[in-house]
Ligand binder design. Structure first.
Ligand code: ZN
Ligand code: ZN
Length: 340
């Protein structure tokens, strides 16, 4: 089979590798049917990652189950499933506490789409081995579109985590979103749906801002200091200066979620944070624990993640199209895993 391999800045190519095989009776083999780059993949493709190529890329997809081991009970061949970005066993203390990104059974940081914590391949591959099928795979609810929810593996469900619990704790809060990709737009959609009184989306890209306005947000091209203007801030830029500005916009005891991959160092306004008593959470998130909630919100019809899908492209065009398409291109494979 082929796996899409990141080989150099702005360059990916198919590489032939052996088909994955079940290694125990709790595993599954799945065939991605709709896969999309995580926002961090765009940074990697632009040459901003910290891992030397080559490596198999991709950690967001909806897949069809092709084969399951005898002990697998939650999914069966033919099912459409969300494949979470991180590898987790489901039974260790951390997994049972919901800390699926920190599973103690597998090498630390084990994930698809980057060779850290072992080598698990990428989800831009013709076939994928899922080592703990019952713990990892989440059936896609009937009626949900695999293209719209290809990002449920990571960015869509992460966006739910970044804002939904905080809006439950602070109904009607004002939400600041500082972003430059899909995560920020998903957060705008979810925040509005869950009753935020105001959503301000700061994104340098005019097309992103137009989408944010579609989701009911007001928009700005750059973030100006707006002291004590927002109760919740979500930063997803990977830039510490932007995170620092977002922190300065918070009301007393406000909360800031940082989902940016901060590959570069920087300084935070710790004295301001101390004086306003803000909480900053920076996390490589345990998304698997939130996928069911995020899918339930999508199934409610109150949100429209499909609006963020920027292009729908044939699977065969991955090598040429992936480095060129931005925001949320979804690569689809007709007939994958259904025997055709
Ligand atoms: Zn990701
Ligand atoms: Zn575990």
């Amino acid at each position: 089979m082929r796996e899409l391999t990141y080989v150099a800045r702005r360059t990916v190519e198919w590489r032939e590798v052996p088909d994955p095989k079940l290694r125990s009776d709790g595993e599954a083999i799945v065939a991605p049917v709709a896969a999309t780059p995580c926002d961090v993949d765009s940074a990697i493709l632009a040459g901003h990652g910290f891992i030397e190529p080559p490596f198999a890329l991709g950690h967001e997809c909806v897949a069809r189950v092709v084969e399951t081991g005898d002990a697998v009970t939650s999914v069966a061949p033919g099912d459409l499933v969300v494949v979470p970005w991180s590898i987790n066993c489901g039974t260790c203390d951390r997994c049972r506490a919901g800390l699926t990104a920190h599973c103690a059974t597998v090498p630390y940081m084990a994930m698809y789409g980057a060779p850290i914590g072992g080598s698990w391949g990428g989800l831009f591959s013709d076939l994928v081995r899922v080592p703990y099928a019952d713990a990892m795979l989440v059936p896609l609810p009937a009626g949900l579109d695999p293209v719209a929810l290809a990002s449920a593996s990571d960015n869509w469900s992460l966006a739910w985590r970044l804002v939904a619990p905080h809006l439950t704790a602070r109904p009607g809060a004002r939400v600041l979103v500082v972003a430059r990709g899909s995560i920020g737009l998903y957060v705008c959609d979810i925040a509005r749906a869950l009753g935020a009184s105001e959503v301000l989306c700061v994104d340098p890209d005019p097309e992103h801002r137009a989408l944010a306005r579609d989701f009911g947000a007001t928009t700005a091209e750059t973030l100006e200091p707006l002291p004590q203007s927002h109760d919740i801030a979500v930063e997803a830029t990977g830039r510490v200066d932007q995170l620092a500005l977002a922190l300065k916009c918070l009301t007393p005891e406000g909360i800031c979620e940082s989902a940016g991959n901060h590959f570069r160092p920087g300084e935070l306004p710790l004295l301001d944070m101390y004086l306003t008593g803000v909480t900053l959470r920076v996390a490589r998130d345990s998304v698997r624990a939130h996928i069911p909630d995020a899918l339930a919100l999508a199934a409610s019809g109150r949100v429209d993640p499909g609006k963020v899908v920027s292009h729908v492209i044939d699977w065969e065009d991955l090598p040429a199209a992936l480095p060129e398409k931005h925001l949320k291109p979804v690569f689809v494979r007709a007939g994958a895993g259904d025997g055709s």
